[in-house]
Design a binder for this molecule. Structure first.
Ligand code: ADP
Ligand code: MG
Length: 472
């Protein structure tokens, strides 16, 4: 079989497991360069991609290859730099791996527009902010579910839908996501998204022109009205008055209203009681910071979106340290990637730590959690190994080595358990930190410690003491 179509077949069979977009970002510049005496050689453009593929997909690829050609007994990976920027006849046809969604997404114009009474209103929908792109997690699943319900039947279920939460947690993303989804489901409806500031400016202009009548007219025909950050209405009495009327008209006509703010309605400063009670009439949901796992999933999806490969350790480091906002999480990733590109390397834990420190000093981005050096102490598995070694008065190599004496073995297992528990590394990754042990060994160690903690107070105490040092 031709190398190109063989490679396409292998990757196609992997796509349910790996996902089309990952296949594209990882393999679009790789080729099967040859097959000789049962050994298949795959060439990739650089060492980073090779390391990444080997770490994460080697076994899957081997299985897929064998399914297609059982005669192949080994798959080798070579680096061929020229693949990065040159066409090669063995490269895959990327169209095969572009998902429908991606193609559809590209068609979404940057700014959707809607015409109300012959006037064009920009709706400022960002095509990146879709409900599909919003990574669900425990903390925000209620908010996401409410948004989906509203998008399916606007004006029907939760009216108004009121999302609140701190900055950078995804409120604007959700609001615009509902807007886009309503438009997708009901192309003829008019959906308007605007910030509260913009609403305010329009009112002020209308009042200035003594023309509030036409202002009202304009808003009467909207089917789904989305206003972001209504906390800015605080103490603006004429804005509140106009908004109150607009709200009532839309509400009475069963039109959907979606609002966001940084606080729940009752806690908003300087808001008239009648608005507070209107805001709280439908569904009020808090948007919260996603947990570690979800933060990891968000980072992974951003990597795909930006088409970059960043080591899992580095992503874990970011997810662990940036605990205030998803916007900061993204900001750190983008900055680290941009800097690394400039230096023609990939982000490392150290470079990311520097980026976090720099940004936390930057007044524009407050609240980065890396505020003390102590927090820096434990961010990687090496840090945990050092701490556990110190605690049990052992050396690093005791812990990572093969000594099977109980005094070394139990601390080693505790150490694996703690890495799993506090850093959430995969069993494979932990195995690698311990001299290339098999992931089942790590799994076994973690389960054993978990079991012993229940029976043995001593182990429980040790673990709690070390956890306190880790700062979790
Ligand atoms: P807010 O309006 O609450 O201040 P944004 O909606 O602007 O926050 O979100 C900040 C950034 O974080 C955006 O780029 C958004 O896409 C991203 N984001 C937040 N939560 C998620 C999530 N669960 N999945 C994917 N991206 C998210
Ligand atoms: Mg916002």
């Amino acid at each position: 079989m031709h190398n190109k179509s063989l490679w396409e077949d292998v990757l196609k069979s992997l796509s349910p497991q790996i996902g089309k977009s990952s296949i594209l970002s990882l393999f679009k510049d790789s080729i099967i360069s040859g097959i000789e005496e049962g050994v298949m050689t795959i060439c990739v453009p650089n060492h980073i991609v090779r390391g990444f593929i080997r770490d994460r997909h080697e076994a899957q690829i081997f299985r897929a290859v064998q399914n297609i050609d059982p005669g192949i007994k080994e798959v080798k990976y070579d680096v061929m730099g020229s693949l990065a920027d040159q066409d090669h006849p063995f490269k895959i046809d990327i169209k095969l791996f572009q998902s429908q969604d991606v193609r559809k997404m590209r068609k979404v114009p940057n700014k959707q527009e809607v015409i109300i009474d012959g006037e064009v209103r920009s709706k400022m929908f960002n095509p990146r902010y879709t409900l599909d792109n919003f990574i669900p997690g425990q903390e925000n699943q209620l908010a996401l579910a409410a948004c989906k319900a509203v998008a399916a039947k606007p004006g029907n279920i939760y009216n108004p839908l009121f999302l609140y939460g701190n900055v950078g947690l995804g409120k604007t993303h959700l609001l615009q996501g509902v807007g886009l989804e309503v438009l997708k489901n009901y192309p003829n409806k008019s959906v308007v998204y605007m910030t509260s500031e913009r609403f305010m400016n329009e009112i002020i202009t209308a009042i200035g022109k003594k023309n509030t009548g036409s202002f009202k007219e304009k808003y009467r025909n909207i089917d789904c009205f989305i206003v972001d950050d209504v906390q800015f209405f605080g103490n603006k009495s004429s804005t509140q008055q106009e908004f109150f009327h607009t709200f009532n008209e839309l509400y009475d006509a069963d039109k959907q209203i979606i609002l966001s703010s940084d606080k729940p309605p009752g806690e908003l400063d300087g808001l008239e009681d009648r608005l507070v009670s209107r805001f709280g009439m439908g569904m009020v949901v808090e948007v919260l910071l996603p947990d570690f796992e979800t933060r990891m999933a968000i980072l992974n999806s951003k990597c795909l979106e930006y088409q970059v490969i960043v080591g899992r350790d580095v992503l874990e480091f970011i997810a662990f340290n940036v605990r205030h906002s998803v916007r900061e999480l993204e900001g750190i990733l983008v900055k680290a990637v941009a800097e690394a590109r400039l230096m023609q390397t990939t982000p490392t834990i150290k470079s990311v730590a520097d980026a976090i420190r720099k940004l936390s000093r930057d007044s524009d981005l407050q609240g980065i959690s890396l505020d003390t050096e102590k927090r820096m102490v434990v961010r990687s598995s090496d840090d945990v190994i050092d701490l556990v070694a110190q605690y049990f008065k052992l050396t690093r190599s005791d812990l990572t080595g093969d000594n099977r004496k109980k005094e070394v073995m139990i601390p080693r297992q505790i150490c694996m358990y703690l890495i799993r528990e506090t850093l959430d590394h995969s069993y494979e990754t932990i195995g690698e930190s311990f001299g290339g042990r098999n992931h089942t060994t790590v799994l076994h160690a973690c389960n054993k410690i978990l079991g012993q903690m229940k029976e043995d107070n001593r182990i429980m105490r040790d673990i709690n003491a070390i956890k306190r040092e880790i700062g979790v």
